[in-house]
Design a protein around this ligand. Sequence first.
Ligand code: NAP
Length: 273
Amino acid sequence: MEYVEAQGARIPKIGLGTWMLEGERCRETVERALALGYRHVDTAQAYENEAEVGAGLAAGMARGGILRDELFVTTKLSMDNLTRDRVGASARESLERLALDRIDLLLIHWPSEAVPLRETLEAMLRLVEQRLVRHLGVSNFTPPLLEEALSIAPLLTNQVEHHPFLGQDRLLEMAEKNDLCLTAYSPLARGRVEKSDVLRSIGEAHGKSASQVALRWLTQHPNECAIPKASSEAHLRANLDIFDFALSAGEMRRIAGLARGERLIDPAWAPRW
Ligand code: NAP
């Protein structure tokens, strides 16, 4: 495993995404992921699977003799939990569902036009003071919104969509300049990277799949980690098996050249990108 080191934290460069994993399948996948070596897991209040993620973490820790401090667990505040009174209460509810006494990284899931950013971040800072949360971050923040957030509170990460078909050069630059981690979500373009001839041919040269090349490309940026979602054991294993090869500068550029503004996650409440 490789790590992003930022803000005094050490984040495994590959984490497990859990959006759309539900019920027993979710619990089992998280437990299996820990057994395979995953130590970074991403969930959210909106995924309605925090209890199953928590059960999977507990089972995985017990089975593998894994200590809580070895794990990096992220959850996210839903849009209706961003007011002063809901931030603390809903984070405590998340902790209860996750059966943890601390969240490693708490994110604002989406920027809000309804609640002032300062109100939310100040309430989140109180959770850090109370040692219920270790680090704060945001998700789906554009460069100006990230700038504003950084002027209010120290942040560890901005989690945004990033894969070979959607460039994020400006946010990557900001991450390096501000000692932040950029967390790439939908890093496999929700499965679409497998269809890319360029990624496939680069993969053939290294004995890797197109998905593995995409994950290597993302994580070869010093301040970037990625959270692919996988449910089969083969995919879980493959997505961790990307640290025994390196892409050349030419290959990195060729993959960056695939960017075509293909944004897959763009709900009605998204900011103006
Ligand atoms: P993704 O990780 O880009 O792609 C997941 C898809 O790729 C699944 O269909 C999976 O199949 C397949 N896959 C996984 N590993 C593979 C491999 N090695 N080879 C071929 N196919 C493979 O998509 P995502 O779930 O949208 O994004 C990942 C995570 O990011 C989410 O789960 C969530 O935690 C986070 N996210 C955050 C936000 C946000 O607003 N902050 C938005 C979207 C996502 P199987 O399931 O069959 O293995």
